[in-house]
Design a binder for this molecule. Structure first.
Ligand SMILES: C[S@@+](CC[C@H](N)C(=O)[O-])C[C@H]1O[C@@H](n2cnc3c(N)ncnc32)[C@H](O)[C@@H]1O
Length: 290
């Protein structure tokens, strides 16, 4: 039997990689405003050595590499080889030779270093063993270096995910991943939404000066209502409920689609610029005392 980590890595390398590739423009354009907010709050210094955790397609790794300049050293790590293959070839095409990539599980992989900064955009909350990650990352940080991460706050303030989840729940019976043979994404988008729990995790992994700053933004979840509906039915908790429901999810799909259209109409902009919904994150920073 596969262990939990292997199941999560397989999910990111297969079904989630496919869905992320299909909706990449929504994910990395629509949601990226929160990543830019984190980088604006904690700018990357020229020449910095930076580790990008759960880097996905590596677009943040590229942004960081540009900010660090050719004197810097930027490493993106992700457990899914398929993401890293894309990240490597795109950074190479962009001429960012000081950006490199590793396929590895951040929980256990030797991370190299020392780094002046660890960064993560929407990665940390999917790590199955957050304590192990935080300790492993801290070992790779220089004394005084910061870990900065952006994570979703509570679901009630993220209707772009939560309204979609509630819509699906009203129609589709929820099957937990333990009841199926399906792979799954790990703890999930709201696993780091509780500032008290996460600050305790950071403190017990040895970090100091732990800070949380709330960031509220409207984000684009589709250029059209149709695209927003498709996106919401494919990804996030709503997409997972539908996928794990299997044949029953397929059977109820048209009913969910009609309900999702009604739910998301509320967020469609009258000026034709797409579907924009409120969203809320924590911009987290914590420093390694050394
Ligand atoms: C929601 S995606 C975020 C990707 C990217 N940071 C972004 O903002 O587009 C989460 C990423 O974390 C990666 N991931 C999940 N668990 C991991 C682990 N244990 N070690 C390394 N990467 C992991 C996944 O493969 C995925 O690319």
């Amino acid at each position: 039997m596969k262990d939990e980590n292997a199941i999560i890595i397989e999910a990111w390398n297969t079904v989630l990689f496919e869905k992320f590739s299909r909706f990449r423009h929504v994910l990395t354009t629509g949601l990226s405003a929160h990543g830019y907010a984190l980088l604006a709050r904690h700018p990357i210094a020229p020449g910095a050595r930076v580790l990008d955790l759960g880097c996905g397609f590596g677009d943040t790794t590229q942004d960081i590499a540009r900010a660090a300049g050719a004197g810097g050293q930027v490493v993106g790590i992700d457990c899914a080889a398929n993401f890293i293959e894309v990240a490597r070839s795109e950074a190479e095409a962009a001429g960012l030779s000081w950006a490199s990539f590793l396929v590895g599980d951040v929980q256990f992989e030797p991370l190299g270093g020392p780094y002046d900064r660890a960064f993560s955009r929407f990665g940390t909350m999917f790590f199955n063993l957050p304590g192990a990650v935080l300790r492993n990352v801290r070992r790779s940080l220089a004394p005084g270096a910061e870990l900065t991460a952006v994570v979703w706050r509570r679901r009630e303030d993220n209707p772009w995910l939560f309204a979609a989840e509630q819509t699906v729940r009203q129609i589709v019976p929820v099957v937990s991943h333990e009841e199926t043979n399906e792979v799954h994404c790990g703890p999930g988008p709201f696993a780091w939404s509780g500032a008290d729990t996460v600050s305790d995790l950071l403190r017990s992994a040895g970090y100091e000066r732990v800070r949380f700053e709330r960031c509220d933004l409207e984000i684009c979840i589709g250029r059209t209502l149709g695209e927003a509906v498709e996106f919401s039915m494919a990804l996030g908790p709503a997409g997972e409920i539908l996928r794990l429901a299997g044949a029953e999810g397929e059977r109820l799909k048209q009913q969910v689609l009609a309900a999702m259209q009604r739910t998301l109409t509320e967020f469609e902009r009258a000026d034709g610029s797409g579907v924009w919904a409120p969203s809320s994150t924590w911009l987290i920073s914590a420093s390694n005392p050394g």
